[in-house]
Design a protein around this ligand. Sequence first.
Ligand code: IPM
Ligand code: MN
Length: 360
Amino acid sequence: SKNYKIAVLPGDGIGPEVTNESVKVLKVIGEAYQYNFQFDYGVMGAEAIYQTGNPLPDETLELCKNSDAVLFGAIGDPAFDNNPDAKVRPEQGLLKLRKGLGLFANIRPIKTYASLIKKSPLKREIVEGTDIQIYRELISGIYFGEKFTEENGDYAYDVCKYSKEEITGIAHLAFQDAQKRKKKLTLIDKANVLDTSRLWRKIVKEIALEYPDVKVDFMFVDNAAMQMILNPKQFDVILTENMFGDIISDEASVIGGSIGLLPSASIGNDNALFEPIHGSYPQAKGKGIANPIASILSAAMMLDHLELTQAANKLRESVENAIESRYVTIDLNPDINYSTSEVGDFIADYIRFSERSYYN
Ligand code: IPM
Ligand code: MN
């Protein structure tokens, strides 16, 4: 059987609790399909600052570089958010990790589940059938341009830069995905104002010639924010730069009724990282109420990436079964709510009992 080295970074807040459930479920997948997963743990985020002073210790970066995939929980701690003078912040660890691993494409699928649509802030007829794949550039743009704050604190800037190469890689991934889907790609930008956006448009138009079956349209980000709640079904694949993608994906993430369900993948040429879209939710830390499904679906994206497609599909089926059986945490079902680990057990058991190979 094949060996896979998985680096596990539980991180802050509810990160450890939800990541535990993913590891639990992956162990069962490993038994059922005869895959050898090796889990190696590393520290990152606020937890790492408390232990080492560094939000991303070198050992953790090395561990991730030497892995086949990284499973990450969440990052963030109110102790830092409320302290404007903090010199190091948990978030720096995540940005450094993305950059250090060259994870240029962040993929965020926005899906809806029939039984949860009534929890959406939008009307059923607007939401039903929404299925969007967001491609957010992750290691350039304003996040990584020069930063400056004058000593008196009254003047600051952040530079937004893009090169052709930084756009090309993610654009190809987005076009290839669009070809497997509804063959529509929307570039979200601000080309009426920004030079970097005009560069994105120029390059995307060139690349589009290689994908003649994909219909491309261009949308300014302010309009896109509005269209996302007016008519989210118009979108298939969205391609966008780092900060617009950060904002639009948070907006899109609540359409389906719960942010606790949404996974993400961050892909580079040599490494890949998988994490839930939700943050560290510090208020829920240690209470056993966090929804593990976004993390478990991130593990499914990891299986896809490792080309373990059958196992990935089985994992998604087991999650859908939990949702349709209403075997879920309090965010999805306030009446009969199960704990984080009970939901993980339910999903693990489904895999165990539905895989005959487990008994062979
Ligand atoms: C995200 C987060 C991060 C980002 C933060 C924690 C740095 O909001 O993954 O979307 O802005 O990219
Ligand atoms: Mn974000």
